[in-house]
Design a protein around this ligand. Structure first.
Ligand SMILES: [Mg+2]
Length: 304
């Protein structure tokens, strides 16, 4: 391996670590303001910028929720099989649900139950499935499929359809995953913006040039919030603070923004005080899984 390619490899592994850490940081930071309005947040916190737990789930400081937990479950299934294993992922989701997670979305619960009862591995397309629950767990898919577009597309849709099957969710999953992969490979913000423009030309409902301040769990509003703050800020910290102070589904908008911004800005851009507050076991596992998944990717298999 030349010195240059080993350097490129290190940069990609670092950005991958940033992406998975970003999920957990955004989740832990945003959980405090989930379901609050921006006015309620401003009244209570001024600007919410510390990982302090609490929120409607009464979390410990640094504790994460379903966004990070389900991402880790996908990562564990891939690692255990050494390859893409959809049944393994579904089984991991079942084990996770049986462990009584601190939070679980209604659509996710329905999808996992359907797998348990009927072995359904692909939900039928459904008008109710336009939530953000499949996008929030895209980090492991983006890392594992790096370097193979067909594999990326197949794995993205397969993992999404375990619980969510809707064209808007599919499109958001593909776009978010592609943004992470482009960022890992060194894309600049114009290239990332280009990905969003492609999404908006196919599905104009995602347009975010005039941001309406809605940050619900509806995948369109979730992605508009993420995109708005990603492109109107210049640091990981400002992006995440903007997103979580918008309230609504703040842990999930935080996790998705953290995933893209973490890949783009890299882990060194994540404030040390946030990393310190993040639950230690979670932090160690996301860092470990980020490396393992990236090393399993087609790009790594080809020697980066
Ligand atoms: Mg959550």
């Amino acid at each position: 391996m030349t010195e240059q390619s080993s350097r490129a490899r290190e940069v990609i592994l670092e950005r991958a670590r940033g992406a998975f850490l970003g999920v957990a940081i955004g989740d832990a930071l945003g959980a405090t303001t989930e379901f609050m309005t921006p006015a309620e947040i401003a009244h209570r916190y001024g600007v919410h910028r510390k990982i302090i737990g609490g929120g409607w789930l009464g979390l410990k400081a640094g504790q994460v929720t379903d966004d990070t937990e389900m991402s880790l479950r996908i990562a564990r299934a891939i690692e255990e099989a050494g390859t893409w294993d959809l049944t393994g992922i579904a089984d991991q989701f079942v084990a996770w649900m049986r462990g009584k997670p601190v939070d679980i979305g209604a659509t996710v619960r329905k999808g996992i139950r359907d797998y348990m009862l009927n072995g359904t591995i692909q939900r039928p397309q459904n008008d109710w499935d336009a939530g953000n629950g499949a996008v929030m767990r895209m980090a492991p898919v983006a890392l594992y499929t790096l370097g193979d577009e067909d594999l990326f597309r197949r794995c993205t849709l397969e993992q999404a359809h375990l619980t969510h099957h809707h064209p808007l969710s599919d499109a958001a999953c593909l776009t978010a995953g592609q943004m992470v992969q482009k960022a890992l490979l060194g894309a600049d913000r114009f290239e990332l913006h280009g990905e969003t423009q492609q999404l908006c030309s196919e599905f104009p409902t995602f347009r975010f040039s005039t941001y309406r301040g809605r940050a619900s769990g509806y995948v369109v509003e979730t992605m508009q919030t993420v995109f708005h703050y990603l492109f109107t800020t210049a640091t990981f910290e400002d992006c995440l603070i903007g997103v979580v102070n918008q309230g609504g589904d703040a842990d999930t908008t935080g996790a998705i923004a953290g995933m893209i911004a973490g890949a783009f800005y890299g882990p060194a851009s994540i404030p040390a005080r946030w990393l310190k507050q993040l639950d230690r076991t979670t932090r160690m596992e996301v860092e470990e899984k980020a490396k393992k998944l990236t090393l399993l990717s087609p790009l790594a298999q080809q020697g980066f």
